[in-house]
Design a binder for this molecule. Structure first.
Ligand code: AMP
Ligand code: GLY
Length: 422
């Protein structure tokens, strides 16, 4: 099997690293990929327009990592040309790319989610907040469109909510500018993400993971793409899994079929589980998470490439993988200045010191190879995953290994998976 993989981050490195382990894979081409993917066995990088590249290479399977090409309709273009694509269409990707679509879809299909209002008028938004019985409970304001992780503000009271609505809909100074917002009831509880492979008719769950979004320990500082995470939280039990399978994944597959828009690809459900066990969907994503792919890929045994092809072909009838019973901990290393929300420059082009004998899975995101040296080129530079029988063991080893890597300005959180083992 020849695979074309779209994307260039740590998630795509993890996907490529895992897919080439399957004997059935003859070659993997990454568009544009990164230097770490280029150095994998049976792998090379390509550049250019996805359709032109696909026509030239004739891959048996195309896997799309990030959501942006899905939103741009790349899946549809490639499928129209006859290729098998493991990713949702532009329409189906709205489960992630439009918060309003996603919330309306959940309401219609009775998928549990927080109470909300969609709103495209500033004065109406103000009125909703003023009339809403949520004082002292907080309101979450979400930009309808993708906003690079900055489009969600969890406010604690009515005044904060009103200010955020002004920032999003009126102010020119705020980096998020939108005509359409979702106002949502604030939920309390523990967050976890669930992942399923879908083929339009069926799904297969492949794991649960928790990530850490803030830049500093104790969830301080700015929001990032993700600073690390772990699988599997000890409190994710069979009851929760059954509930999520039936009330979230199955209903989503059914609801998309009702719209005549079968959902295939990865479905990533961000969940909030309250102390009494109530589960709500906070959001859907239509791709693997980054770094959740780096957390989960080392736990998957079996023939993942064929499973992706089965899903892309609407033929997910046979279970071709198994999930290791072990736990996984992943720690991300970032450049100084990341996430640079105020536009401050990051310290880039620093030489990375990475020992050859690291005992773990190293995934490269924002770095390039130059004359045999690795230099950092982006915010999230790399991440290291360690799997072990026990989560504390995985955590200790992950930290002892990441401490062997360094570069000027390197930063990582020291509390990933801390205190979560029981
Ligand atoms: P989203 O982009 O929708 O995942 O939101 C980003 C983050 O905001 C989530 O991971 C939650 O931590 C938080 N969040 C979103 N919606 C809610 C909500 N209704 N209640 C509490 N926290 C939320
Ligand atoms: N780690 C969160 C995400 O990929 O959306």
């Amino acid at each position: 099997m020849k695979i074309l993989l779209l994307g260039s981050g740590g998630r795509e490195h993890a996907l490529a690293w895992r897919l080439i382990q399957d004997d059935v894979v003859e070659h993997l081409y990454a568009l544009p990929g990164n230097d770490a993917i280029a150095s994998l066995d049976k792998s090379s990088l390509v550049t250019g327009d996805p359709l032109e590249i696909a026509n030239k290479l004739q891959p048996d399977l195309i896997v799309i990592g990030p959501e942006a090409p899905m939103e741009q309709g790349v899946t549809d273009i490639l499928e129209d040309a006859g290729f098998k694509v493991f990713a949702p269409t532009k329409f189906a990707a709205q489960l992630e790319t439009s918060k309003a679509f996603s919330k309306d879809f959940m309401l219609k299909n009775k998928i549990p989610t927080a109470k909300y209002f969609n709103c495209d008028d500033y004065d109406e938004a103000l009125k909703i907040v003023k009339d809403w019985d949520v004082e002292n409970k907080g309101i979450v304001i979400k930009s309808d469109a993708l906003a690079a992780g900055k489009g969600v503000v969890v406010t604690n009271n009515r005044n904060e909510a009103l200010k955020t609505i002004h920032d999003f809909m009126v102010s020119n100074e705020c980096t998020v500018s939108t005509d359409k917002i979702v106002l949502e009831e604030k939920l309390e509880g523990r967050e976890v993400s669930a992942f399923a492979i879908c083929d339009g008719n069926n799904f297969q769950t492949i794991g649960y993971a928790c990530d850490y979004k803030r830049i500093f320990d104790n969830d301080d500082g700015a929001n990032t793409g993700g600073m690390g995470g772990y699988a599997t939280p000890s409190w994710v039990d069979d009851n929760l899994k059954k509930f999520v399978d039936e009330q979230v994944f199955q209903k989503t597959i059914d609801g998309m079929q009702d719209l005549d828009q079968p959902y295939k690809g990865i479905l990533y459900a961000g969940l909030m589980v309250s102390s009494d066990g109530t589960v709500n969907v906070i959001e859907f994503n239509v791709r693997f998470g980054d770094p959740e792919a780096q957390i989960l890929m080392p736990l998957i045994d079996g023939n993942l490439a064929e499973l992706f092809l089965d899903a892309a072909s609407g033929n997910l009838n046979e279970n071709k993988i198994s999930i290791k019973k072990q736990n996984s901990v992943h720690i991300v290393m970032t450049s100084q200045g990341y996430p640079s929300i105020d536009g401050t420059a990051m310290l880039l082009n620093q030489e990375l010191n990475i020992p050859d004998d690291l005992d773990g899975h190293l995934f490269i995101a924002g770095a390039k190879k130059q004359d045999d040296k690795w230099l950092n080129t982006g915010g999230r530079v790399l991440g290291l995953t360690v799997i072990a029988n026990d989560i504390d063991e995985a955590r200790e080893k992950a930290y002892s290994e990441i401490n062997k890597i360094n570069f000027n300005g390197a930063h990582f959180r020291t509390d990933i998976a801390k205190g979560v083992s029981s």
